[in-house]
Ligand binder design. Sequence first.
Ligand SMILES: [Zn+2]
Length: 473
Amino acid sequence: MATQPHSRKRVCYYYDSDIGNYYYGQGHPMKPHRIRMTHNLLLNYGLYRKMEIYRPHKATAEEMTKFHSDDYIRFLRSIRPDNMAEYNKQMQRFNVGEDCPVFDGLYEFCQLSAGGSVAAAVKLNKQASEICINWGGGLHHAKKSEASGFCYVNDIVLGILELLKYHQRVLYIDIDVHHGDGVEEAFYTTDRVMTVSFHKYGEYFPGTGDLRDIGAGKGKYYAVNIPLRDGMDDEAYESIFVPIISKVMETFQPSAVVLQCGADSLTGDRLGCFNLTVKGHGKCVEFVKKYNLPFMMVGGGGYTIRNVSRAWTYETSVALGVEIANELPYNDYFEYFGPDFKLHISPSNMANQNTPEYLEKIKTRLFENLRMLPHAPGVQVQAIPEDAINEESDSEDKVDKDERLPQKDLDKRIVPDNEFSDSEDEGEGGRRDNRSYKGRKRPRLDKTENKEGEDKPKEEVKSDKAPVEQETR
Ligand SMILES: [Zn+2]
């Protein structure tokens, strides 16, 4: 497949200035605030001048039920912190309450995350852009009728379903430290989507993603799992990522790619156990970009938020094909980035438990599976269904060039005081365990103890969530 290393791309970027205000609750490691930090950092690097910035529409229930069940979405739309008592049974049924808490504006948060990925897919389908970025998306654990691992609505599945209207084969790659189980499950029996997940495996959330899980029925050999051990470093990661993705591209020949850029695979992540630097993580983006296919980049995990914003800012620059300085520009969250105030981070001295022999063995096994694939499988798409977003509607809210900087002023932070200091990310933080839930083993992504007094909001975090003027569809 032709690669063109230095070509400039049209890049569209989806961001809603409200996203950073959603708050999972005291002590919860998932912080939408990191998306606002990323946005602010990349604005201050001047990257906004080189891409189109859009405010995503709020995905409708109709859009979300292209994948999710009606009763699950109805539940997400109804549940609020003040009516939880009425929904006790449903909360258990839909796995909402622990890892996936009920918080103010939960449904809107899902709408924005999903809206961005669906809009990105529509944009790529129209060939109006080569790369679309939605750092508010990437919530790969959400299931058809169940929340999981901090994820409620699977924006990735919705985005891929949209891409499938125009693309016969879509490749999904997941570099989050956790297995991309929700996306894999959604497409486990189809040969039109290949899911490739690189993740820590073995006593780790969500517990799936074994090397031997390869898809089923028509989808046999179209799920690819790369189970890894603690301590993956840049060199080891590249040594497995490049040959596997090369072989996948060669044999599957996708016409569009979605890359989940979960940043919890970075060194020092509060929940992760890999040792990747921002450069090593970004190399995956660089490598995939070289294939010159319609390319969607989404966020995902990432719990040491200063590093999440470093990585996603850098990866935005990689998408744009521009170099940015290691010295961080002054930005609204500058104090998070001390003591060095640099973009790039150093690996730790942790041992890499993935030996070259182990990685070689995995690679060999996966290559054997990929050899089973027919070349360019499947038939052509027939009728093209209607796009999710109607051109006439005002759903695509492009942020005007001259209004882009002022959007930063919309980013008035309403966050707990000690969230500002990022101190929670320094702590030992959560390591997941398996806990019995509803009579069956339900591994949790995080079992952070809510230490009294930790991360206590100084003010009502979502006080501004009352009617916000937003485009309606
Ligand atoms: Zn993760």
